[in-house]
Design a protein around this ligand. Sequence first.
Ligand code: AMP
Ligand code: AMP
Length: 361
Amino acid sequence: MIPKNEINDTLRDYDPKNITVGTIGSHSALNIFKGAKEEGFKTVCICKKENEIIYKRFPLADKIILIDDYSEFLDEKVQQQLKQLNTILVPHGSFNAYVGTNQMIDRLELPMFGNRQLLHWETNREKQKEWLQKAGLRLPKTFNDPEEIDRLVIAKFPGAMGGKGYFIVESAKAFHTKSADMVKRGHITKQNLENIHFQEYIIGVNAYPLYFYSPLTNEVELLGMDRRYESTVDSIGKIPAQEQLEIKVNPTYTVVGNFPIVARESLLPEILTMAENVVKLSKQIAPPGMIGPFCLETVITDDLKIYTFEISARIVAGSNVGIGTSPYAYLKYGEGMYMGRRIAREIKNAVANKELEKLVY
Ligand code: AMP
Ligand code: AMP
């Protein structure tokens, strides 16, 4: 792991009046860039040629560094270029999915907004469970061995796969049949099956509260809430039951987009308290704990029990529903606040108070 004092050394070489906010071109990059521009920062986008069109049509990146492969992101040449621009990197789901948290923790020399240790906790299933459980959240039961399946479960794979390849089964027998079918249809690989785990399937509706924790003010802010739009599960209802049975649909959960939502106000005490507890615990498991955006992925049942099945310790793509504003951000900040901008605002405040070291790891 790159020691914090080395990151601080890099930061000391930076010109604090000339900080560039950088990220990989995908996932929530537009959100991050727009926010950075609105707070007066320069921006740099590290992206693959095929994604360049996004940052040309929405011209929010002052500089684009093209790479052929995500592994190049860690090359000395790219990191030097970013250092010269005084870049603070903002990590998102593509960092976990395409660069890998181990690689990042060990090789990424640049100051990164947030606590990189917590990305490790996020991507390790057992650690994640420990964190959420200790924070007192309600979790679905989990199983590792298919033979233990005794109820409706959702089969999952590690990493930020955005629900790709997930499927539902209710017994070991059904699991063996369905997983073979999923491999045959190319949704998953045989290798995926080695790392599979099962979570009790909670019947309810999803809500993904989008939070921001400021180490400068010690406050957890709720800045938005979303749910996902998933193919194919969100389209099943368009097919009559009879035909569903005939074609043996096996729904999958590939995320295609997100919807903003607003929760019943009486759910907010629990939604806010859950986040506070998660932040409190994060300070114990990976000091100094949470920094910036995070998201709890929940299912809420008809008796209003909130189950948390995952945490993301960084900006999530669902926060893109709030670009411009969201009801919750509006309630706190008035117009024009959203996750990308909130990150940039935090950096700006830290620069003004000479506290940038508190935000980057
Ligand atoms: P992409 O650059 O779109 O391939 O996304 C990078 C990673 O983030 C992938 O693992 C995606 O599954 C995940 N991801 C992208 N968009 C979303 C979203 N709207 N909700 C949840 N996960 C997402
Ligand atoms: P994930 O990629 O883990 O965020 O989950 C993708 C999809 O699976 C979302 O639509 C979730 O609602 C659904 N899901 C994940 N875990 C559970 C669970 N334990 N119970 C019900 N639905 C779940």
